[in-house]
Design a protein around this ligand. Structure first.
Ligand SMILES: Nc1ncnc2c1ncn2[C@@H]1O[C@H](COP(=O)(O)OP(=O)(O)OP(=O)(O)O)[C@@H](O)[C@H]1O
Ligand SMILES: [Mg+2]
Length: 414
């Protein structure tokens, strides 16, 4: 692998990949334990041993109970002011932007160990919308990501829409021209592109739309509907008759907000709520998992139930670790109901994509799915419902975008 200076980098909300172009094709580098995906997670351990871990190792350290701080879903704050906010790590404070930089730097370093060359040029993936319908925030998010990439040593940094990258990868298997709808359904965003591919001429993108709905939103919806009632949500009223505040339950159900719960002032609030609660034992559970720093574990259990429901009609989370005999059972119908507003948002984005392209659904030849959320049967079914006679292709859920970016890096930088 000599002379490789360019790469494609798919920094995902949940998983990241890096691809280079070698032997006439893109290739995902194996960045962790022989696997090409690296969970977009960081773990800062104790100051004295200066532990900094990424990916599966970061998640495992947390699950094993190592003292320290796990962070996931960092991509989702690229477009907001939180990015420059400083957060305590190793008894000092560093910005979330720096944390993303450290994560990506580790990926770059591992890739360079394999290629044997410094990687100086990168095509990064970006969602069509980092932030829904806010052009200024989208421009800022891309600039923030570009600045981070430059801060870790990339000299040339450019971007490609994630669904367009997936389309370039899909095109490698086509022998005839097709009008494709690419659906990239990830952890934080869902993107759609209508694109003409596989013909004699260069690809023609007819429309791109995106919405900030992804697997983490499905996690949140499921958590709020089926898990939070066991931790005091809804089932409790303050004795004063006022509703309980919603924010703590949203934070506990949102990967990128969990850290809010570990601020000391939050424990004061929880204890005050418990004092007012009609069923204080439900709040005790909440207090327990905050005290034990196990809030991510609960959301991992939620995510696991969601993933199981992609294969079975019913799934159960065993929350014995919170309280003896505490279990949450969910059917796929209940999961679908919890996510109904998310389905509606996906539908609106598809409708807009067709309308922006100025074509009717029956003109689409092929529907290409990628992204982990495309593994949810109801998501595939509801999207496919728009295109009754279309050919459906399931791409590599976790690799297609990265591969396309690797191809694009070669096209742009050679
Ligand atoms: N079997 C499964 N069933 C349902 N969802 C799944 C399954 N496997 C993974 N997921 C979900 O897929 C999501 C991650 O998908 P992916 O890796 O494509 O996202 P990403 O590229 O990191 O995010 P984005 O592109 O939005 O920034 C997670 O929310 C995860 O829970
Ligand atoms: Mg993605």
């Amino acid at each position: 692998m000599s002379q490789i200076k360019a790469c494609g980098l798919d920094f995902g909300t949940s998983n990241s990949t890096l691809a280079v172009y070698t032997d006439g094709k893109p290739e995902l580098l194996k960045l962790e334990d022989g696997k090409s995906t690296v969970p977009s997670a960081t773990f800062f351990g104790q100051e004295k041993d200066n532990t900094f871990l990424v990916g599966r190792a970061a998640v495992s350290a947390y699950v094993d109970g190592a003292p320290g701080r796990l962070m996931r879903s960092l991509k989702s704050i690229l477009g907001n002011s939180l990015l420059q906010e400083r957060t305590p790590v190793f008894r000092r404070k560093i910005s979330f932007a720096e944390i993303i930089g450290q994560y990506l730097k580790e990926l770059k370093h591992r890739a360079e160990q394999q290629t044997g060359e410094e990687l100086t040029q990168v095509v990064m993936g970006r969602p069509v919308q980092f932030v829904d319908n806010d052009e200024a925030a989208n421009v800022l998010a891309e600039k923030n990501l570009s600045d981070i990439a430059k801060s870790i040593g990339f000299k040339d940094v450019s971007f490609q829409f994630e669904p367009v990258a997936a389309a370039l990868e899909f095109e490698r298997q086509l022998t005839t021209e097709k009008l494709a709808l690419i659906a990239d359904l990830g952890g934080g965003t869902s993107d759609f592109s209508i694109i003409r591919l596989g013909g004699q001429h260069k690809q023609k993108v007819l429309a791109n739309t995106g919405v900030r709905v992804g697997g983490t939103d499905f996690d949140r919806a499921l958590s709020i509907a089926k898990f939070m009632p066991s931790f005091g949500y809804h089932s409790l009223q303050k004795t004063s008759g006022l509703e309980f505040p919603v924010a703590p339950f949203l934070d506990l159900s949102t990967w990128s907000s969990i850290h809010n719960l570990y601020e000391p002032k939050f424990m004061t609030l929880l204890k005050a709520l418990r004092f007012d609660a009609q069923q204080p034992h439900l709040l005790e559970r909440f207090i327990y998992i905050v005290n034990e720093r196990r809030c991510h574990s609960l959301l991992m259990d939620v995510e696991n139930v969601k993933m199981q429901l992609s294969d079975t009609e019913q799934a159960e989370a065993n929350l014995n670790w919170v309280e003896k005999n505490l279990r949450v059972q969910v059917t796929s119908a209940q999961f679908e109901t919890s996510a109904s507003s998310l389905f509606a948002q996906l539908q609106m984005s598809i409708t807009k994509c067709l309308s922006d392209a100025g074509i009717s659904a029956d003109r689409i030849d092929v529907l290409f799915f990628t992204g982990g959320t495309s593994l949810i049967p109801a998501v595939r079914r509801k999207i496919a419902h728009n295109f009754p006679h279309v050919e459906i292709v399931n791409g590599d859920q976790f690799g297609a975008v990265g591969m396309g970016l690797g191809l694009e890096a070669h096209n742009r930088y050679g």
